[in-house]
Design a protein around this ligand. Structure first.
Ligand code: ASP
Ligand code: MG
Length: 413
């Protein structure tokens, strides 16, 4: 079996949904199809929630656009009149619930995280319901019933023990075509609806592929694959045909928005290859991601270049750090306790400073907690105040074969 995930643009219009139908119906083996919300709907649900919570009645117009968008799609993709009316009825029931929630948010001028998670879940609930009625013999499953999360630092992380068990139970026996909403999940403790974070449908697909031992995970999107660089910045960028899991991870952590970074680990662990394919150009070979590191003759050693904005370098410095055991331990323990993620680290060989990179958004907290941690050393003059250099961009040059190849860094600089 294999798992196919179709992103927002792939299920965003009548024509694209009809392409999805064609792609899925041509496959002979059993498949699980994971869908995102119709393109742009998640953003719109969130923006509409904010408007309603501020008491802005204009939210009603946004809501009616959301409703019209879904009804238009149904009109275009479901030919059979009886089926169409049935789907319209079910979709309208969901949209009515959604309207009532928005009304509540508007009336009490309050939007809790829980309510926001509930609202945003309708995107995938609606899209999966619609698409399950377009693809022949597709059986619809509700991801809230088997993707379970627990809370950690205000984030919902997957409860893998329970999730894997529930997935195995739910998909046995495995239907020819299972249709599932991406992104959404529910709390192990409370049963409330949660989600896997923006872009999380890829992760849903990866979790399913791993739990069920799929032979491939296909991510169907609106580009031909990973590119050597951001084509909006570098016009000569081209599609990379093969990547290792590590290279793909590096590229997507650094801005290439082709897949949601957490997606890679589960399938990597089970050695299930990922293919990135284009719904709008289905015969293109795409990018194949696997464990194998192939050194292709005549191919560049650098696979790709990517970058992220809004990053910050933080430096902890002091001659009093030299030769002292445990300074780095204290730095990273303090950051971890405060839920701050570090994505790059370097230390001077004399040990007089440690510099690391975080997102701009985490910079102030990082400085504050480190200054507290080293308050005594600073008071004694052994260490300086922590310094943050914000608003930097981080550039990554990616390619596993760079290792032990001289000259790459020189060329880069
Ligand atoms: N619909 C969600 C989002 O836009 C999840 C996804 O599309 O992967 O973030
Ligand atoms: Mg995505």
């Amino acid at each position: 079996m294999k798992v196919l995930k179709f992103g927002g643009t792939s299920v965003g219009s009548v024509n694209s949904i009809l392409s999805v139908k064609k792609i899925v119906e041509a496959i002979e083996e059993p498949v699980i199809v994971v869908v995102s919300a119709l393109g742009g709907i998640t953003d719109k649900l969130l923006a509409t929630s904010t408007m309603a919570s501020k008491g802005d009645l204009a939210y009603e117009k946004e809501l009616s656009e959301i409703i019209a968008r879904h009804l238009d799609v149904i009109e275009g993709v479901i030919e059979d009149k009886e089926v169409r009316m049935d789907v319209q009825k079910k979709v309208m029931a969901l949209l009515d619930e959604l309207s009532n929630i928005f009304k509540g948010v508007y009336l009490i001028n309050d939007l809790s995280a829980k309510t926001s998670d509930t609202i945003v879940s309708y995107g995938e609930r609606l899209s999966s319901l619609i698409v399950s009625n377009v693809i022949k013999d597709a059986k619809l499953f509700d991801s809230r019933k088997y993707i379970k999360t627990v809370k950690q630092f205000n984030k919902h992380i997957v409860d893998f023990d329970l999730t894997n068990k529930l997935i195995k139970e739910t998909f046995s026996p495995l239907p020819k075509v299972s249709l599932v909403p991406g992104f959404i999940s529910s709390s192990t403790e409370t049963g409330e609806v949660t989600n896997l974070g923006r872009g999380g449908s890829d992760y849903t697909a990866s979790i399913l592929a791993t739990a069920l031992g799929a032979n491939t995970l296909e991510i169907w999107t609106d580009v031909d694959g990973f590119m050597t660089a951001d084509p909006r910045v570098i016009s000569s960028a081209y599609v990379i045909d093969r990547l290792t899991f590590t290279e793909a991870m590096e590229l997507c952590n650094f801005g290439a928005k082709v897949i949601y970074p957490p997606t890679i680990y589960p399938v990597y662990h089970k050695n299930i290859p990922i293919r990135i394919l284009n719904t709008f150009n289905p015969t293109a070979p795409g990018t194949y991601i696997s464990k194998e590191r192939v050194k292709e003759e005549g191919k560049a050693i650098i696979k790709g270049i990517s970058s992220i904005n809004d990053t910050c370098l933080i430096t902890v410095q002091g001659l009093g750090m030299v030769g002292v055991i445990g300074v780095n331990y204290r730095i990273f323990k303090t950051l971890a306790k405060n839920g701050i993620s570090v994505f790059m680290v370097s230390q001077a060989s004399s040990e007089n400073n440690t510099t690391f990179a975080v997102r701009n958004a985490d910079a102030d907290l990082a400085v504050q907690v480190l200054n507290d941690e080293f308050a005594l050393e600073r008071a004694q003059g052994d260490m300086n105040d922590t310094v943050a250099e914000k608003d930097l961009a981080t550039v990554a040059i990616v390619g596993e074969n760079m290792k032990r190849t001289p000259g790459i860094a020189g060329k880069l600089f």
